[in-house]
Design a protein. Sequence first.
Length: 243
Amino acid sequence: MLMQDPKPVFKRILLKLSGEVLMGEGEYGIDTAVLARIAGEVQQLRQINVEVGMVIGGGNLFRGAGLAKAGMDRVTADHMGMLATVMNSLAMQDTLERIGVFTRVMSAVRVNQVCEDYIRRRAVRHLEKGRVVIFAAGTGNPFFTTDSAASLRAIEINAEVMLKATKVDGIYSADPFKDPEAVRYERLTYDEALARKLGVMDATAIVMCRENDIPLKVFNINHHGDLVRVVCGENVGTTVVRE
Ligand code: UDP
């Protein structure tokens, strides 16, 4: 259900979902109930006219570094990781379209029988027409992460904010699942987030946000309604900014 008369403070956002979020309580793969719930929240953003770009990770299926550890060639492993993000993106597209939200998947590697190639100007046009654009296959290059892809696409589409959806309520001084003393930060600078090596996002992604002055908000996607709350400027999660 929508909050009472929600007013967005951003017109265009980039939402980063990790593959892990899609697993729900499982240890692998996609929980369709989780997909449906998140799609419902994205639909609410469209109902208040927020333009939504999304980047979805692939860690619920394959991670290049993990496969490489088991002996696989790293570049091949990263190709598998990128293709995993395409599968997740198609799953999210299907879920969104079943509830009437027009969506395009645009891939950084060519798989153009299943989705569009990523072309920046076309992506912006889709957003202007109110379509949710899901950017698949990360940056298209091995040795990068989908966090970096999210920063890159956020900058390219002129998103006003990058929202990183996680399983914790924001950035903590330590891992809150392991350390009961961990405290949540409401606000941090990019440099603090980098210096404290908080592990919430890779350094490349944070540096790209810093260099392009894109605020980053980290919040818990498992808290129902927090996505809309963040977009409406409520004090949810952790904000990472210049000052
Ligand atoms: N990947 C890549 N280049 C990119 C983005 C992703 O090679 O630009 C690969 C990499 O192997 C990574 C996998 O895709 O492990 C899945 O992405 P990520 O680990 O970022 O997913 P998440 O942790 O968000 O689920």
